[in-house]
Each structure stands twice: as structure tokens, then as C-alpha cells.
Design a binder for this molecule. Structure first.
Ligand code: NOJ
Length: 544
């Protein structure tokens, strides 16, 4: 087989930091950039190659930084531009690249562009945003904001509505305006000159929106815009770029992540993340995970992008519940199931992402409503209670799907506030930090942390993890996720039990007594059965 040269991000593991909740160095209760610098040794020990940083730009923090008021400055709650430069430099010394979060679909309403834009229809910046006249004194159309309520807001000075797909404080940018696009490219190049390793592009599938046709994602200009942006910016450097695309299908992902590099490196797709909601409804409308479908979604992405694109691999992020609570068992088998989920994901082809605290097996929380901070969660609570949903049902959805599950402070130690801050944390800590924390994990050789460290190392030493072709096994099994990866030289079997019971399976005898690369149980089990949440990778080195 011809040896393909891999790009750096194809053999990398990326760690996501939600800066506000990572580590607070100055006692104001909010995580900051100096806090990240202080924890670089921890990240180096884990072995990750790059850090994706959720937004740290200047922002009124209506949506925790996803509402940017200055793309070229840092919010004082996180530090300064000098801190950012120091982070990029010090991370580089440890071979860790810093990936910035680019929010290009919208800005804050406090961005100078919008402050100008809303002054009048004739203002030179008016056309940087999306404006429409009302229809018979009503909204231009029925478009809804992702954070509840109409997606249009009236501005008397202009006698027009502006579009906001997220909060009222996040007006949508008008990508049809070439001047706006050029300003954005200039800003991206400025960050590239600062030495960043890449970008994560927030809801990038929305920039080609056609609001008059009610088309938000995948508008007809989306891919031309991406190609233009990529040529004007990313292609000048050796960057990783990952687009957040809730609408992506494998066919579209082949465009986004075309190996010719004309758009992005890869996208985050969410097909596996919407299976536990009632089809056609919202994420708050819960249903049990259809496990066979879950496996088939992964199979589809693994096979369809093989040699034609590149997958990102993730089970949680700052918008999603904790993986171990959602797909594993955050009680009795927390450690086993956290390791099992990691095995299942890291055995696949693509770039794995670890969300802060995932490497400790951090879990969801159940708070009182006034203890939550997330705008989306608080809006949905208000809306659903007004609509007459029983309080208990609304709270259950929030416990299961609320974004604050992922945003409670990183659990560093058993000290007050999980060792995250010396002050009062901006959001309450998960009370289980006395048992689940980094200090503890670093002492325990069997911790979830060291298991992730091992998986990350395997990605470097076992080329089959990068190259092998995926094949799903035991398709109909209601508990086991099993697959192989294959190259000319090797074959890898990944076996994962998603169940708290012992289960049995039938697989060809060739897999018996082969080399076990990694397993989450200390004692080897017997071939043909898997203990609760057991997972392992078995490898056959052909011709040996
Ligand atoms: C997706 C981000 O991940 C989320 O946190 C944010 O609220 C929306 N985009 C709007 O920017």
C-alpha cells in the first residue's frame, strides 16, 4: 500500500478548554488565561497535541463569550492580549498548539459595527447585518431563535428588524456583504500571524443563510464563502480548521473536509448527538437512545468519509451533557464506563476531542433553577413553564440536556470549590468534586486520566488507529458496540459493552488469545463475554 503522508492534525488529539470554568488564577471566580498557562504541565502530561479554546475575546458575556464585541482583543475577565501571546508561546514550547474559536455568524450587539449599524439605514455599517422590513406591522417571517422566541428584533431608528438566530444580543452578520467578508479575513490573518494553530468555526453552516426562504443552514453561498475564506486565510498556514455544522451529512462533510484542503480540515457533525431526542422536536424532548441506530450513525460517517474527508470524534463539549452521564453510568460503573466510552471513540478514524474534565470522568449535575447560568437553559425553562409543561418534566430535561452540565468548574482537587478558585465560582461546583478530581486521578494509576493518556499514546504508536478501514460487527446487538479497523499489515478489534450487565457475543476464534492493546479491566476476562461496561482493543499483526 502506498504510504500516505498524514497531516499533523490527522494523528493528533485535541483538548477543549472552556476558559471560564477551567482554572481561576486571580480569585475573581472566573477561569482565565493565566490559569490555563498554570495548567499546561497537566495538559502536557495528558499528552494532547492542541487546545481548542472557547472564546476569550472581548464580550459582554451574554452567551459566555459567543457574543463578541472585539475580535482583536481579550476580555479583561480572561486577561490581556499579552496573556494570550504568552499562552501561545508557552504552549508551543510544549508542542501544544492553540486553536481559537471563531464566531463568524454573529457578533455582540455591543460590537462597534452593530452600534453603528443600528443608528440608521444609511449608516455605512448597516449592511454588515441582516435587516428586513416588517410585514403589516409584524415580524418579517416566522423564523425562531435557537434560544427561544422570534429571530427578529425591532430597531426604531431604522424602522427595521434585525436577524438574530441566537440571543437578541447576537445579531447575525450579513455575509452577502463583501466588505464584511474582507474585514473578517483580515482579522483571521492577524490571529494567524500571532502563531495560533488553527480555528474552530462556530455554527459555520449558517453563514450562507437565506432568511427570506427560511433557509438558515447550508444556504447556496455557504461553500463558495468557505472556499473564499480558506483561500484568503487558512491556506496560508499549516492549520487545523474545524467547523461546527449541526446540519452536516456525510455528503456535505465531503465538501467541507475535502482532502484538497479547499475548505476546512473537518467538521463537527451531530447526528449521533440528536438520537436521544424525539425526532423532529427539540433536544429537551427526551427519548431513550436507540443504540443500534447510534452504532449505524458512526458506521455511516466512518465508511463514507474514508479517504474522502476526515472525521472529528467527540461525545461531549461545552454545549452537551457529560458523556459518562449520557452514554455510560455515572454511578457504580463511572470509571469503567468512562474508559469504555473513550475506547469506543478513540478506536475510530478521525481526530478525537476531549472536553475538559472528560479525562476525569466528570458527571452531570442537578441544581435548583436559580443556580443555573446558561441563557439557553434559563430561556427554555421560562418558555416551557409558561406553556404549561409540568415543572418536574422541564427540570428533568434540564438535568439530562442542559449546557451547564458541562460548564461547572473543572475539578482540580478536594479543596473548597474543587480547587478551581479561591473566590466564589461564577457557577456552583459539582458537589462530587471531593471524590472526582485531578489530584486524586494523578495519584491513582488506574484512573480515567491515565487511561486517556494511554489512548493518546496509542494513537501515536499504532498507525492502524489513523489509517485502518472501519467495519461494524454485531450490528443488531443491543449492548455491544464492536468494530474492526484494518490495514494490509494489521487488524484491530474494538469491543465495548454499553451495558451494566455481563453480556456474551460470538466472534471468530482468530481473535482469541491475541495481543490486547488496552482494556479497562485489570484481569483478563474470557473470550465470548464482556463484563459490565468492559472495553478492549485487540490487535492482530499479520504475517508475524
Ligand atoms: C455554538 C456554540 O458552541 C454555543 O455555545 C453558542 O451558544 C452558539 N454556537 C452561538 O454562538
Amino acid at each position: 500500500m502506498e504510504k500516505v503522508t498524514r497531516k499533523w492534525w490527522e494523528t493528533s488529539v485535541i483538548y477543549q478548554i472552556y476558559p471560564r470554568s477551567f482554572y481561576d488564577s486571580n480569585g475573581d471566580g472566573i477561569g482565565d488565561i493565566q490559569g490555563i498557562i498554570q495548567k499546561l504541565d497537566y495538559l502536557e502530561k495528558l499528552g494532547i497535541d492542541a487546545v481548542w479554546l472557547s472564546p476569550v475575546y472581548k464580550s459582554p458575556q451574554d452567551d459566555n463569550g459567543y457574543d463578541i464585541s472585539d475580535y482583536q482583543d481579550i476580555d479583561p475577565i480572561f486577561g490581556s492580549l499579552q496573556d494570550m501571546e504568552e499562552l501561545i508561546r508557552k504552549a508551543k514550547e510544549k508542542n501544544i498548539r492553540i486553536i481559537m474559536d471563531l464566531v463568524l455568524n454573529h457578533t455582540s450587539d455591543e460590537h462597534p459595527w452593530f452600534i453603528e449599524a443600528r443608528k440608521s439605514k444609511d449608516n455605512p455599517y448597516h449592511d454588515y447585518y441582516v435587516w428586513r422590513d416588517g410585514v403589516e406591522g409584524e415580524y418579517p417571517n416566522e423564523l425562531k431563535s435557537a434560544f427561544c422566541g422570534p429571530a427578529w428584533e425591532w430597531v426604531p431608528e431604522c424602522q427595521q428588524y434585525y436577524l438574530h438566530q441566537f440571543s437578541v444580543k447576537q445579531p447575525d452578520l450579513n455575509w452577502e456583504n463583501p466588505k464584511l467578508r474582507q474585514e473578517i479575513y483580515k482579522m483571521i490573518n492577524w490571529w494567524m500571524e500571532k502563531g495560533v494553530g488553527g480555528f474552530r468555526l462556530d455554527v459555520i453552516d449558517l453563514i450562507g443563510k437565506e432568511p427570506d426562504k427560511m433557509v438558515m443552514a447550508e444556504g447556496k453561498m455557504l461553500h463558495p464563502y468557505l472556499k473564499e475564506m480558506s483561500r484568503a486565510t487558512f491556506q496560508k498556514g499549516d492549520l487545523v480548521t474545524v467547523g461546527e455544522t449541526w446540519s452536516a451529512t456525510p455528503e456535505r462533510a465531503m465538501l467541507y473536509s475535502n482532502p484538497d484542503g479547499s475548505e476546512l480540515s473537518m467538521v463537527f457533525q451531530f447526528e449521533h448527538m440528536v438520537l436521544d431526542q424525539v425526532p423532529g422536536k427539540e433536544k429537551w424532548d427526551l427519548r431513550e437512545l436507540p443504540f443500534v441506530e447510534f452504532k449505524e450513525v458512526f458506521e455511516k460517517w466512518q465508511t463514507e468519509l474514508y479517504n474522502k474527508g476526515w472525521n472529528s470524534l467527540f461525545l461531549n463539549n461545552h454545549d452537551l451533557p457529560r458523556a459518562v452521564s449520557r452514554f455510560g453510568d455515572d454511578g457504580k460503573y463511572r470509571v469503567e464506563s468512562a474508559k469504555m466510552l473513550a475506547t469506543c471513540l478513540h478506536g475510530m478514524q478521525g481526530t478525537p476531542y476531549i472536553y475538559q474534565g472528560e479525562e476525569l470522568g466528570m458527571t452531570n449535575v442537578q441544581f435548583d433553577i436559580q443556580e443555573y447560568r446558561d441563557i439557553e437553559l434559563l430561556n427554555v425553562y421560562k418558555e416551557r413553564i409558561e406553556q404549561g409543561y409540568p415543572e418536574e418534566e422541564v427540570m428533568r430535561s434540564i438535568y439530562v440536556k442542559g449546557r451547564d452540565n458541562a460548564r461547572t468548574p473543572m475539578q482540580w482537587s478536594e479543596e473548597p470549590n474543587a480547587g478551581f478558585t479561591k473566590g466564589t465560582p461564577w457557577i456552583r461546583c459539582n458537589p462530587n468534586y471531593t471524590m472526582i478530581n485531578a489530584e486524586e486521578a494523578l495519584i491513582d494509576q488506574d484512573s480515567v486520566f491515565y487511561y486517556y493518556q494511554k489512548l493518546i499514546r496509542l494513537r501515536k504508536t499504532e498507525p492502524i488507529l489513523t489509517d485502518g478501514r472501519f467495519r461494524l460487527l454485531l450490528r443488531e446487538d443491543p449492548s455491544i458496540f464492536a468494530y474492526t479497523r484494518e490495514t494490509e499489515k494489521e487488524e484491530l478489534l474494538v469491543l465495548c459493552n454499553f451495558n451494566g450487565q455481563e453480556v456474551s457475543y460470538e466472534l471468530p476464534d482468530i481473535w482469541k488469545d491475541q495481543e490486547v492493546l488496552i482494556s479497562n479491566y485489570a484481569q483478563e476476562g474470557s473470550f465470548g463475554t464482556l463484563r459490565p461496561y468492559e472495553a478492549k482493543m485487540i490487535i492482530i499483526r499479520k504475517g508475524e
